[in-house]
Design a protein around this ligand. Structure first.
Ligand SMILES: [Zn+2]
Length: 152
């Protein structure tokens, strides 16, 4: 099943990448419908985010505030994360996977799957979509097609 994304989420990601240095990682959280795998919103890193050449931590307070706002707006929930890889392939690193698995195995978060978009850090912006699940106790990673939902 293809992963769907709203144009506004694509645009939000592109705007952050265009405004960044291109040499340091950036990113944010993804919000939407978990069951239907629709990315409704992508958030910005936030003012207190940490940007390194091969590491990125988003601003937790900012993400928490966005989470509340987006839930009130359209019941969107936290479904994943996006970040850039300035110098490496657009595949999850060991650290990325460890983070995703930590979220997946946190019983309070109750994720069925964790979605990740890994993007190039400069134009032309490329995006690779990843779906991480735990199936029968094993970490399963696949790369679904990313489909932009165009308004009809
Ligand atoms: Zn990464």
């Amino acid at each position: 099943m293809a992963l769907k994304i709203r144009p506004r989420a694509v645009e939000a990601i592109a705007e952050v990448i265009r405004g960044g240095s291109g040499a340091l990682e950036t990113g944010g959280a993804l919000f939407g419908s978990d069951s239907a795998e629709v990315i409704e919103h992508a958030t910005t890193p936030g003012p207190k985010a940490i940007h390194g050449p091969a590491n990125f931590s988003r601003d937790r307070e900012h993400t928490k505030a966005e989470s509340s706002r987006l839930y009130r707006l359209d019941r969107s929930r936290w479904i994943g994360e996006w970040h850039t890889h300035p110098a490496t392939e657009l595949i999850p690193s060991e650290v990325d996977l460890a983070t995703y698995v930590r979220h997946l195995t946190d019983p309070e978060l109750r994720f069925e799957r964790f979605l990740a978009l890994i993007c190039s850090a400069s134009a032309p912006i490329q995006v690779a979509a990843w779906r991480i699940r735990i199936v029968s106790g094993r970490v399963t990673v696949d790369s679904p097609r990313l489909e932009v939902i165009h308004p009809s």
